[in-house]
Design a protein around this ligand. Structure first.
Ligand code: ADP
Ligand code: MG
Length: 253
Protein backbone atom coordinates (compact mmCIF):
# COMPACT_ATOMS: atom_id res chain seq x y z
CA UNK A 1 0.00 0.00 0.00
CA UNK A 2 1.39 3.39 -0.97
CA UNK A 3 1.04 6.44 1.31
CA UNK A 4 -1.56 7.89 -1.05
CA UNK A 5 -3.77 4.92 -0.27
CA UNK A 6 -3.64 5.56 3.45
CA UNK A 7 -6.62 3.80 5.04
CA UNK A 8 -6.87 6.53 7.71
CA UNK A 9 -8.77 8.82 5.35
CA UNK A 10 -12.38 7.75 5.64
CA UNK A 11 -13.21 9.82 2.60
CA UNK A 12 -12.64 8.44 -0.88
CA UNK A 13 -13.21 11.87 -2.40
CA UNK A 14 -12.91 15.35 -0.92
CA UNK A 15 -14.08 18.32 -2.95
CA UNK A 16 -12.81 21.58 -1.45
CA UNK A 17 -13.75 25.08 -2.56
CA UNK A 18 -14.12 24.06 -6.18
CA UNK A 19 -15.10 26.77 -8.61
CA UNK A 20 -15.24 26.70 -12.37
CA UNK A 21 -16.27 29.11 -15.06
CA UNK A 22 -17.03 28.69 -18.74
CA UNK A 23 -15.78 32.05 -19.94
CA UNK A 24 -17.51 34.51 -17.60
CA UNK A 25 -20.22 32.03 -16.64
CA UNK A 26 -19.74 30.47 -13.18
CA UNK A 27 -20.84 26.86 -13.59
CA UNK A 28 -19.54 25.61 -10.21
CA UNK A 29 -19.47 27.95 -7.23
CA UNK A 30 -17.39 27.06 -4.20
CA UNK A 31 -18.37 23.41 -3.97
CA UNK A 32 -17.45 21.62 -0.75
CA UNK A 33 -18.40 17.98 -0.33
CA UNK A 34 -17.01 14.61 0.67
CA UNK A 35 -17.75 11.04 -0.28
CA UNK A 36 -17.00 8.38 2.32
CA UNK A 37 -15.61 5.01 1.34
CA UNK A 38 -18.45 2.71 0.37
CA UNK A 39 -20.90 5.59 0.22
CA UNK A 40 -23.47 5.93 -2.56
CA UNK A 41 -24.23 9.55 -3.42
CA UNK A 42 -26.97 10.55 -5.82
CA UNK A 43 -26.57 13.98 -7.37
CA UNK A 44 -29.78 15.54 -8.55
CA UNK A 45 -30.97 18.95 -9.61
CA UNK A 46 -32.41 20.83 -12.56
CA UNK A 47 -31.02 20.61 -16.06
CA UNK A 48 -28.07 22.95 -16.57
CA UNK A 49 -27.31 23.21 -12.83
CA UNK A 50 -23.77 21.83 -13.20
CA UNK A 51 -24.21 18.15 -12.33
CA UNK A 52 -22.25 16.80 -15.30
CA UNK A 53 -19.56 19.42 -14.94
CA UNK A 54 -19.11 18.55 -11.27
CA UNK A 55 -18.88 14.81 -11.80
CA UNK A 56 -16.52 15.28 -14.76
CA UNK A 57 -14.14 17.39 -12.68
CA UNK A 58 -13.73 14.42 -10.35
CA UNK A 59 -11.74 12.44 -12.89
CA UNK A 60 -10.47 15.58 -14.54
CA UNK A 61 -12.45 15.34 -17.74
CA UNK A 62 -12.98 19.03 -16.90
CA UNK A 63 -10.44 21.40 -15.41
CA UNK A 64 -11.32 23.67 -12.48
CA UNK A 65 -10.40 27.30 -11.84
CA UNK A 66 -9.83 27.03 -8.11
CA UNK A 67 -10.08 24.61 -5.21
CA UNK A 68 -8.99 21.01 -5.03
CA UNK A 69 -10.36 17.51 -5.37
CA UNK A 70 -8.62 14.70 -3.62
CA UNK A 71 -9.05 11.04 -4.35
CA UNK A 72 -7.42 8.64 -1.90
CA UNK A 73 -5.52 11.62 -0.53
CA UNK A 74 -4.09 12.69 -3.88
CA UNK A 75 -4.99 16.03 -5.47
CA UNK A 76 -6.45 15.15 -8.85
CA UNK A 77 -6.06 18.70 -10.13
CA UNK A 78 -2.41 19.10 -9.17
CA UNK A 79 0.02 19.48 -12.05
CA UNK A 80 1.02 16.00 -13.17
CA UNK A 81 2.35 14.10 -16.13
CA UNK A 82 -0.13 12.59 -18.59
CA UNK A 83 0.97 9.14 -17.52
CA UNK A 84 0.23 9.86 -13.88
CA UNK A 85 -3.14 11.39 -14.76
CA UNK A 86 -4.05 8.37 -16.86
CA UNK A 87 -3.16 6.11 -13.95
CA UNK A 88 -5.37 8.16 -11.61
CA UNK A 89 -8.20 8.17 -14.14
CA UNK A 90 -7.99 4.42 -14.59
CA UNK A 91 -8.86 4.10 -10.89
CA UNK A 92 -12.07 6.12 -11.21
CA UNK A 93 -14.65 4.34 -13.36
CA UNK A 94 -16.90 6.57 -15.43
CA UNK A 95 -20.16 5.56 -17.09
CA UNK A 96 -21.65 8.03 -19.56
CA UNK A 97 -25.17 8.60 -20.76
CA UNK A 98 -24.03 7.52 -24.24
CA UNK A 99 -22.33 4.19 -23.75
CA UNK A 100 -19.27 4.98 -25.89
CA UNK A 101 -18.42 1.36 -26.67
CA UNK A 102 -16.02 0.61 -29.51
CA UNK A 103 -18.33 -0.56 -32.31
CA UNK A 104 -15.67 -2.59 -34.14
CA UNK A 105 -14.73 -4.63 -31.07
CA UNK A 106 -16.66 -7.55 -29.65
CA UNK A 107 -18.29 -7.12 -26.26
CA UNK A 108 -15.61 -9.16 -24.47
CA UNK A 109 -12.84 -7.20 -26.22
CA UNK A 110 -14.47 -3.92 -25.20
CA UNK A 111 -14.32 -5.08 -21.60
CA UNK A 112 -10.79 -6.55 -21.65
CA UNK A 113 -9.12 -3.83 -23.70
CA UNK A 114 -8.13 -1.36 -20.98
CA UNK A 115 -6.69 -3.90 -18.54
CA UNK A 116 -4.48 -5.18 -21.38
CA UNK A 117 -3.48 -1.79 -22.77
CA UNK A 118 -3.31 0.35 -19.64
CA UNK A 119 -2.45 -2.16 -16.92
CA UNK A 120 -0.47 -4.67 -18.95
CA UNK A 121 -2.65 -7.57 -17.83
CA UNK A 122 -2.04 -10.72 -19.91
CA UNK A 123 -4.60 -11.10 -22.67
CA UNK A 124 -6.00 -14.46 -21.51
CA UNK A 125 -6.24 -13.27 -17.91
CA UNK A 126 -8.08 -10.11 -19.00
CA UNK A 127 -10.35 -12.17 -21.23
CA UNK A 128 -11.34 -14.48 -18.36
CA UNK A 129 -11.92 -11.52 -16.08
CA UNK A 130 -14.06 -9.87 -18.76
CA UNK A 131 -16.20 -13.01 -19.04
CA UNK A 132 -16.74 -13.00 -15.27
CA UNK A 133 -17.74 -9.33 -15.37
CA UNK A 134 -20.12 -9.94 -18.26
CA UNK A 135 -21.67 -12.73 -16.25
CA UNK A 136 -22.03 -10.33 -13.34
CA UNK A 137 -23.98 -7.83 -15.47
CA UNK A 138 -26.09 -10.65 -16.95
CA UNK A 139 -24.49 -10.72 -20.39
CA UNK A 140 -22.36 -13.86 -20.41
CA UNK A 141 -24.12 -15.00 -23.57
CA UNK A 142 -23.25 -11.78 -25.44
CA UNK A 143 -19.47 -11.97 -25.08
CA UNK A 144 -18.88 -12.43 -28.80
CA UNK A 145 -21.59 -10.08 -30.03
CA UNK A 146 -20.80 -6.59 -31.29
CA UNK A 147 -22.23 -3.48 -29.62
CA UNK A 148 -24.50 -2.74 -32.58
CA UNK A 149 -26.25 -6.06 -32.04
CA UNK A 150 -27.23 -5.16 -28.46
CA UNK A 151 -30.07 -3.12 -27.00
CA UNK A 152 -29.28 0.15 -25.27
CA UNK A 153 -29.70 -1.42 -21.84
CA UNK A 154 -27.34 -4.25 -22.78
CA UNK A 155 -24.77 -1.80 -24.14
CA UNK A 156 -24.89 0.23 -20.96
CA UNK A 157 -24.35 -2.93 -18.90
CA UNK A 158 -21.30 -3.69 -21.07
CA UNK A 159 -20.08 -0.15 -20.40
CA UNK A 160 -20.40 -0.78 -16.67
CA UNK A 161 -18.49 -4.07 -17.00
CA UNK A 162 -15.82 -2.26 -18.99
CA UNK A 163 -15.39 0.34 -16.24
CA UNK A 164 -15.27 -2.40 -13.58
CA UNK A 165 -12.53 -4.23 -15.47
CA UNK A 166 -10.04 -1.65 -14.22
CA UNK A 167 -11.05 -2.55 -10.65
CA UNK A 168 -11.71 1.06 -9.68
CA UNK A 169 -12.43 1.81 -6.02
CA UNK A 170 -14.86 4.51 -7.14
CA UNK A 171 -17.47 4.60 -9.91
CA UNK A 172 -19.02 7.75 -11.36
CA UNK A 173 -22.25 7.65 -13.36
CA UNK A 174 -23.60 10.55 -15.38
CA UNK A 175 -27.26 9.89 -16.17
CA UNK A 176 -26.58 6.27 -17.17
CA UNK A 177 -30.23 5.54 -17.94
CA UNK A 178 -31.32 8.79 -19.57
CA UNK A 179 -30.69 7.61 -23.12
CA UNK A 180 -32.53 4.32 -22.64
CA UNK A 181 -36.00 3.24 -23.61
CA UNK A 182 -38.08 3.02 -20.41
CA UNK A 183 -38.24 -0.78 -20.42
CA UNK A 184 -34.43 -0.98 -20.22
CA UNK A 185 -33.89 1.39 -17.33
CA UNK A 186 -34.56 -1.26 -14.68
CA UNK A 187 -31.88 -3.70 -15.83
CA UNK A 188 -29.18 -1.01 -15.62
CA UNK A 189 -30.36 0.25 -12.25
CA UNK A 190 -30.34 -3.35 -10.98
CA UNK A 191 -26.66 -3.69 -11.88
CA UNK A 192 -25.89 -0.38 -10.15
CA UNK A 193 -27.84 -1.50 -7.12
CA UNK A 194 -25.84 -4.74 -6.90
CA UNK A 195 -22.60 -2.77 -7.10
CA UNK A 196 -23.77 -0.58 -4.25
CA UNK A 197 -24.69 -3.68 -2.24
CA UNK A 198 -21.13 -4.95 -2.77
CA UNK A 199 -19.79 -1.80 -1.12
CA UNK A 200 -18.67 0.17 -4.17
CA UNK A 201 -18.18 3.90 -3.62
CA UNK A 202 -20.48 5.55 -6.16
CA UNK A 203 -21.49 9.00 -7.33
CA UNK A 204 -24.51 8.91 -9.58
CA UNK A 205 -26.11 11.78 -11.42
CA UNK A 206 -29.60 10.50 -12.08
CA UNK A 207 -33.22 11.55 -12.30
CA UNK A 208 -34.30 8.09 -11.12
CA UNK A 209 -35.71 9.08 -7.76
CA UNK A 210 -36.76 5.51 -6.96
CA UNK A 211 -33.11 4.49 -7.21
CA UNK A 212 -32.10 7.50 -5.12
CA UNK A 213 -34.61 6.59 -2.43
CA UNK A 214 -33.67 2.90 -2.31
CA UNK A 215 -29.92 2.95 -2.88
CA UNK A 216 -28.39 6.31 -2.00
CA UNK A 217 -26.81 6.96 1.36
CA UNK A 218 -26.86 10.68 0.64
CA UNK A 219 -28.42 13.00 -1.88
CA UNK A 220 -26.68 16.13 -3.09
CA UNK A 221 -29.12 18.62 -4.56
CA UNK A 222 -27.37 21.01 -6.89
CA UNK A 223 -28.84 24.21 -8.26
CA UNK A 224 -27.12 26.96 -10.27
CA UNK A 225 -23.65 25.58 -9.60
CA UNK A 226 -24.01 25.09 -5.86
CA UNK A 227 -24.81 22.11 -3.68
CA UNK A 228 -27.65 23.71 -1.78
CA UNK A 229 -28.77 20.64 0.14
CA UNK A 230 -27.22 17.37 1.24
CA UNK A 231 -29.48 14.96 3.00
CA UNK A 232 -30.33 11.33 3.50
CA UNK A 233 -33.00 10.11 1.05
CA UNK A 234 -35.40 9.92 3.97
CA UNK A 235 -34.87 13.59 4.80
CA UNK A 236 -34.74 14.72 1.21
CA UNK A 237 -37.94 13.05 0.05
CA UNK A 238 -40.05 13.66 3.12
CA UNK A 239 -38.90 17.11 4.21
CA UNK A 240 -36.54 18.86 1.79
CA UNK A 241 -35.28 22.03 3.47
CA UNK A 242 -34.53 24.24 0.52
CA UNK A 243 -37.44 25.79 -1.42
CA UNK A 244 -35.73 24.97 -4.71
CA UNK A 245 -35.42 21.32 -3.69
CA UNK A 246 -39.10 21.36 -2.71
CA UNK A 247 -40.02 22.77 -6.11
CA UNK A 248 -37.78 20.25 -7.91
CA UNK A 249 -39.51 17.35 -6.16
CA UNK A 250 -42.96 18.82 -6.71
CA UNK A 251 -42.24 19.12 -10.45
CA UNK A 252 -41.32 15.42 -10.62
CA UNK A 253 -44.73 14.38 -9.36
P1 ADP B 1 -26.29 19.50 -15.96
O1 ADP B 1 -25.49 18.27 -16.13
O2 ADP B 1 -26.74 19.74 -14.54
O3 ADP B 1 -27.47 19.56 -16.89
P2 ADP B 1 -23.96 20.84 -17.05
O4 ADP B 1 -22.88 20.60 -16.06
O5 ADP B 1 -23.94 20.02 -18.28
O6 ADP B 1 -25.38 20.76 -16.31
O7 ADP B 1 -23.95 22.37 -17.51
C1 ADP B 1 -24.02 23.42 -16.57
C2 ADP B 1 -24.02 24.75 -17.33
O8 ADP B 1 -22.78 24.92 -18.00
C3 ADP B 1 -25.10 24.85 -18.39
O9 ADP B 1 -25.58 26.17 -18.39
C4 ADP B 1 -24.37 24.54 -19.66
O10 ADP B 1 -24.98 25.19 -20.74
C5 ADP B 1 -23.00 25.09 -19.38
N1 ADP B 1 -21.94 24.35 -20.10
C6 ADP B 1 -21.73 23.02 -20.02
N2 ADP B 1 -20.65 22.67 -20.75
C7 ADP B 1 -20.19 23.81 -21.31
C8 ADP B 1 -19.09 24.12 -22.19
N3 ADP B 1 -18.25 23.17 -22.62
N4 ADP B 1 -18.94 25.41 -22.55
C9 ADP B 1 -19.77 26.38 -22.11
N5 ADP B 1 -20.79 26.15 -21.28
C10 ADP B 1 -21.02 24.90 -20.88
MG1 MG C 1 -25.73 16.60 -17.30
Amino acid sequence: MTPSESPQDTYAIRISKVSKKYGDYPVLKDINAQVARGEVVVICGPSGSGKSTLIRTINRLEEINSGSISFDGQNIHAPMKTRELNHLRSRIGFVFQSFNLFPHLSVVDNVSMSPVRVKGVARDVAHDQALRLLDRVGLADKANAFPGQLSGGQQQRVAIARALAMEPPVMLFDEPTSALDPEMVGEVLAVMKSLAADGMTMLCVTHEMGFARDVADRIWFIDAGQIIETATPEEFFTSPRHPRAQRFLADLR
